[in-house]
Design a protein around this ligand. Structure first.
Ligand SMILES: Nc1ncnc2c1ncn2[C@@H]1O[C@H](COP(=O)(O)OP(=O)(O)OP(=O)(O)O)[C@@H](O)[C@H]1O
Length: 305
């Protein structure tokens, strides 16, 4: 069974189209990254999954249950970290987790174990009003983990976390996934998604413009490998000769004796061999993988952050 099934989902706010005919399937057990610049429609999609917002058109299901018709049932198997959730200032960290335990009927959960996992056990007895932004975010993640949900829906989970906190959050997501949970999280921070996701969807102006594995996205960019070659000499004909090699996408000179070539993985050796046969020596050879950031810019034409 699929964890999430969205069919032809649109959402209009007056003249603003927040989602435009989105079709998306997330399989059980996947870690799926939902990527898009600010205002792309990520939160709107998550809000529809949670029945906090109604779609103008289309349908969404969680584990086969319609999110609008049977919202309560659909949410039963879900742990949520909503965007911009405010902690309750007068309650301690421990009381927040206890509240989540009561509302999810997860009475065999030890609140301190959860607080330990998210790294704020020492602050269990302190009121959340004194928590830093990152501590509050960890607390909300802890609340989402209560009851071992089958699906974690996380809207920008790394908000407010320092690099260590973000790395810990990724570790927790991996652990949850190993336990069997499906993870769906939105982000505009590309490295977060690249580091943990099986697949990503790129949303732009409400439209899902790509859904693929990171590898698949690289492939669709023409292999996604960039070679930087420093040669003993750069002849007038060299760039044109390399351009004729199968799998080569672009060739450019960057200085007197250095060229940059984007190509498929298979073409790398062919380029070096062709240069050698032409009597040109490769003094230095470096490959760079296209980062998700490159792809994101290519797809959306905007910077991700
Ligand atoms: N309640 C609302 N009323 C009117 N417009 C809304 C409402 N919620 C969202 N929008 C609009 O819908 C579009 C998508 O917003 P959404 O918050 O879903 O984007 P997002 O991808 O989550 O952005 P961010 O990364 O900034 O949180 C935006 O143009 C936003 O202004």
């Amino acid at each position: 069974m699929n964890a999430i099934d969205a069919t032809n989902v649109s959402k209009h706010y007056g003249s603003t189209t927040a989602l435009d005919r989105v079709d998306l399937t997330v399989e059980e057990g996947e870690t799926f990254g939902f990527l898009g610049p600010n205002g792309a429609g990520k939160s709107t999609f998550i809000n529809i999954l949670l029945d906090f917002a109604k779609p103008s058109d289309g349908q969404v299901e969680i584990f086969g249950t319609d999110c609008q018709r049977d919202g309560v049932d659909a949410r039963e198997r879900v742990g949520v970290l909503p965007e911009g959730y405010s902690v309750i200032e007068r309650l301690t960290g421990r009381q927040h987790i206890e509240y989540a335990i009561r509302s999810k009927d997860a009475h065999d959960t030890n609140p301190l174990d959860i607080l330990d996992r998210v790294g704020i056990r020492d602050a269990a007895g302190r009121k959340a009003s004194g928590y830093s932004k990152g501590m509050a975010q960890r607390l909300v993640l802890g609340m989402a983990l209560v009851g071992e949900p089958d699906l974690l829906l996380l809207d920008e989970p790394s908000t407010g976390l320092d690099p260590n906190g973000a790395a810990e959050m990724r570790r927790i997501l991996r652990e949850e996934n190993e336990r069997g949970a499906t993870i769906f999280f939105s982000s505009h921070i590309l490295e977060q998604v690249e580091a943990v996701c099986d697949r990503v969807g790129i949303l732009q102006n409400g439209e899902l413009v790509a859904v693929d594995t990171i590898e698949g996205l690289r492939e669709s960019m023409g292999g996604g490998t960039k070679l930087v070659l420093t040669l003993d000499e750069l002849r007038d004909s060299t760039l044109a000769e390399i351009e004729t090699i199968d799998g080569v996408e672009t060739v450019a000179s960057v200085g007197d004796s250095t060229i940059e070539v984007t190509c498929t993985n298979d073409a790398k050796m062919d380029i070096v061999v062709a240069l050698h046969q032409a009597g040109i020596e490769v003094m230095n050879f470096k490959t760079e993988e296209a980062s998700l950031e490159d792809m994101f810019i290519e797809y959306t034409g905007s910077r991700g952050r």
